[in-house]
Design a protein around this ligand. Structure first.
Ligand SMILES: [Zn+2]
Length: 176
């Protein structure tokens, strides 16, 4: 069981040169982009990372992560617990232009000033690992099958709700 925290910032070239292994926990409540995708999260992701230089001289990170997330049910929009896991292979690049040279097996990760923000890497991988669509089991879902078959439930969930921005635009338009 992991108990230590994953360091937030590392020097990945040094870690690769020494073929280091890092593992630890990353808290999920400090990930604004993940929150934007699926709402606020609690708990931690468990992360294992192996840094290496491959035979072609590429600096790479092989990683695995696991987390329990609360994803919005597509039918009733209330949260639903879902385990996600992901294996990934990252190739370090010092510029976006160099990312094009990486083989398709590697996802590019940008290293600036020999520093890498591991929390941002973990957040990216979590977002990539999200399932496209999740639903409660019918028995657990707030939108029942009766509502769905009569059309009431689906109408309610499909109806576009006015976004705060739309409302703001509207208000601004009125004051002019
Ligand atoms: Zn539901």
């Amino acid at each position: 069981m992991l108990t230590s925290r994953l360091p937030g910032r590392v020097e990945p070239y040094k870690l690769a040169a020494h073929a280091e292994h890092l593992e630890g926990l990353v808290t999920l409540d400090d990930m604004p982009r993940l929150t934007e995708e699926i709402g606020a999260q609690q708990g931690e992701a468990r992360v294992w990372l192996d840094f290496a230089i491959d035979p072609q001289g590429r600096r790479e990170i092989r990683g695995h992560l696991e987390a329990e997330l609360q994803l919005p049910c597509r039918r009733c929009l209330s949260p639903l617990a879902e385990s996600v896991a992901s294996d990934f292979l990252l190739g370090m690049v010092t510029s976006d232009a160099l990312a094009a040279d990486l083989p398709s097996t590697h996802e590019p990760v940008l290293v600036e000033d020999e520093q890498l923000n591991l929390l941002a890497v973990v957040e990216d991988e979590l977002i990539l690992s999200l399932p496209q669509v999740v639903y409660h089991d019918e028995a657990d879902c707030a939108v029942s099958r009766d509502q769905l078959s009569s059309g009431a439930g689906s109408e309610a969930s499909d109806a576009p709700t006015a976004s705060p921005f739309e409302v703001l635009k509207h208000l601004k338009g009125k004051t002019r």
